[in-house]
Design a protein around this ligand. Structure first.
Ligand code: 9WN
Length: 434
């Protein structure tokens, strides 16, 4: 399995970075690269450092880290939306090259940088890597905490469903229902050349994604610009913000390693946790909910796996970690009873679909994060069982992009970057391959 996973990362390597999938996603993606680096640190720490530095070479002047960095050698029609859609090099503050998208993805990068360093702290180059990355990560977090604080309480808001990394989650159905889809003949979906239509978002979803991205682009990627009716989306997502907070803790650790005072970063992480709980915790449900900043909350609400991700945080007010662990095993997510791995969406929701992308299938990055959460909150036995199921399912599906949570049947792309990388990470814990 170690050799198989390493071979995936070798095959998906394109120069200084790694693609999520040779067929479906032929460029560099932001949170994919962070997870890929977390696995690569076990194989080749220098390559893990390069993976992250390549991504941050495309950081914009305002601190944002774009969700895609385009490879100029790949034909324009291989992936949509392509660089000629985003037109980043004409946007204020974006690098002249490479071309990038203008939206972001979950900020798991500071956590990745810290874990990459910890894997080889004495290697020549690792401390210098930390020192180079620190101000870039600070600028990235500042962008999210200032420009993206659209709700005014301190959490980062998302302006496009793709920013959550969980693109077609039912949590976005209500806020997306207000968006007028772009006409179907105004763009060409490249994903259907490689993926099965039943596993992918629908055409209606795509029309809305295109409308929102085009309106954001046409505003010059200005976060506070007024956008027309039918082209607005602003939500606070518990998964995105939990990763921001986890990364704040990692920034505190990096600061301490570099001889700076970690106190302000740790305090900020605790403060933000308080805001997350105040705004998004749903005690009756035992998990966190997203908040729609453009309209009224959906009734009934949709419960996604993003609402479990705060389990990752080291400090939570009393009772919350226990409630999250109970939700993982309860009827909504069924871990250990109905599900081999944690599904991306509530099993009891009418919107749940075990094969369609983020509407039900289990994803390996989410399960890796929850496994860390279980360890963090005193459940090593649950974490060990999840680790076994993770490795077994990934191995049996040729490192699938996502799987049916009940049967483990592989779905989406195979030889998927973060699935292989996170297997390496879990295998290395037991000394395999080292
Ligand atoms: C849009 C690359 C990315 C992941 C996302 C996943 C999917 C893209 C797409 O693929 O999104 O960004 O084209 O569907 O939803 O989490 O980062 O693997």
């Amino acid at each position: 399995m170690w050799r198989g996973a390493a071979a995936v990362l070798a095959a998906n390597r394109t120069g200084a970075s790694t693609v999520p999938s040779r067929s479906l996603y032929p460029h560099q993606w932001s949170w994919d690269s962070a997870f890929i680096a977390i696995g690569l640190r076990r194989l080749d720490p220098a390559r893990a450092r390069r993976e992250i530095e390549t991504l941050f070479a495309a950081q914009w002047a305002d601190g944002r880290v774009p969700h895609i960095v385009f490879n100029p050698a790949v034909p324009l029609d291989a992936y949509f939306p392509s660089p000629d859609f985003w037109r980043s090099s004409h946007a204020p503050g974006a690098p002249a090259a490479p071309e990038t998208s203008g939206i972001v993805q979950p900020p798991v990068h500071a956590l990745a940088v810290w874990l990459v360093h910890r894997a080889a702290p004495r290697e020549p180059g690792s401390r210098a890597f930390l020192a180079r990355m620190y101000p870039k990560l600070v600028a990235w977090h500042r962008y999210l905490s200032e420009a993206r604080d659209l709700g005014g309480a301190g959490l980062a808001a998302l302006v496009h469903p793709w920013e959550s990394g969980m693109d077609n989650s039912p949590c976005w159905d209500a806020p997306l229902a207000r968006v007028v889809p772009a006409p179907r003949d105004s763009y060409r979906r490249a994903d259907l050349d490689h993926g099965s239509a039943e596993d992918r978002p629908t055409d209606l979803d795509y029309g809305r994604y295109v409308r929102l991205a085009a309106a954001y682009r046409d505003s010059g990627y200005a976060d506070r610009a007024e956008r027309p009716d039918g082209a607005r989306f602003a939500v606070e997502d518990p998964g995105f913000n939990a990763l921001l907070i986890a990364s704040e803790y990692a920034l505190a650790a990096i600061a301490a390693e570099l001889g700076e005072d970690p106190g302000p970063r740790t305090r900020r992480a605790r403060e933000l946790t308080g805001v997350l709980v105040e705004r998004l915790w749903e005690p009756g449900a035992g998990l966190f909910l997203s908040r729609d900043l453009e309209g009224k909350a959906a009734k009934p609400p949709e419960y996604g796996a993003a609402g479990l991700l705060p389990l990752l945080l080291p400090w939570l007010p009393e009772g919350i970690a226990e409630a999250l662990r109970a939700s993982l095993r309860g009827p909504r997510f069924g871990l250990g009873t109905h599900s081999l791995l944690v599904p991306s969406h509530d099993l009891t929701s009418p919107a749940q679909d075990p094969r369609r992308y983020w509407r039900g299938p289990a994803w390996f990055n989410v399960n890796w994060l929850l496994l860390r959460g279980l360890r963090q909150h005193g459940d090593p036995v649950g974490a060990a069982a999840l680790r076994d199921a993770f490795l077994r399912t990934a191995g049996a599906t040729a490192f699938a992009e996502y799987v049916d949570p009940a049967t483990g049947r592989g779905l989406g792309a195979r030889e998927f970057g973060w699935t292989a990388a996170l297997c390496l990470d879990l295998l290395a814990e037991e000394g395999v391959g080292e």
